[in-house]
Design a protein around this ligand. Structure first.
Ligand code: GTP
Ligand code: MG
Length: 148
């Protein structure tokens, strides 16, 4: 099945939102196949955000993302890339709907709590970047209660 890369950013770790974010994906029916806590270094983040290096906010993005540990994870399920973006809400919290993670817990785009892959190909790249060791294969007993 499809996979996406979701990351709890340093602000959300500090604010105790890790469990809340995980719960939303779990209760939807998606399957967690990788999770860890890491202090990301600039080299890793530079690769992760390679399309944003020329943006004026890139230096502040780097200091934000290295300000504390992050919780990268991989979720699996049909349509999970698009659904993940829906669960997280719009990038700018001023535009994200109530009921979404950013809509419920963020105000500033520079402290927007979480990351989610924007396309299936991006997810493949981000998963191999953050989890070079690979993900965990396991059978979920809920499978037949979630999919017809
Ligand atoms: P991600 O899921 O985090 O990748 O968000 P996105 O794909 O919706 O947005 P994008 O990849 O364009 O931007 C990545 C991250 O850069 C955002 O989540 C923000 O943390 C940060 N960012 C984007 N635009 C701005 C901005 O205008 N100002 C600041 N300070 N940060 C920004
Ligand atoms: Mg992005």
């Amino acid at each position: 099945r499809e996979r996406t890369f979701i990351m709890v950013k340093p602000d959300a770790v500090q604010r105790g939102l890790v469990g809340n974010i995980i719960t939303r994906f779990e209760q939807k029916g998606f399957k967690l196949v990788a999770l860890k806590m890491v202090q990301a270094d600039e080299e890793l983040l530079r690769q992760h955000y390679k399309d944003l290096v020329s943006k004026p906010f890139f230096p502040s993005l780097m200091s934000y993302m290295t300000s504390g540990p992050v919780v990268p994870m991989v979720w699996e399920g049909d349509g999970v890339v698009k659904a993940g973006r829906t669960i997280l809400g719009a990038t700018k919290p001023s535009e994200s709907a109530p009921g979404t993670v950013r809509g419920d817990y963020a105000i500033d785009v520079g402290r927007n709590v979480c990351h989610g892959s924007d396309a299936v190909e991006t997810a493949v790249r981000e998963i191999s970047l953050w989890f070079p060791e690979g993900v965990t294969k396991w059978d979920s007993h809920s499978e037949s209660w979630i999919y017809e």
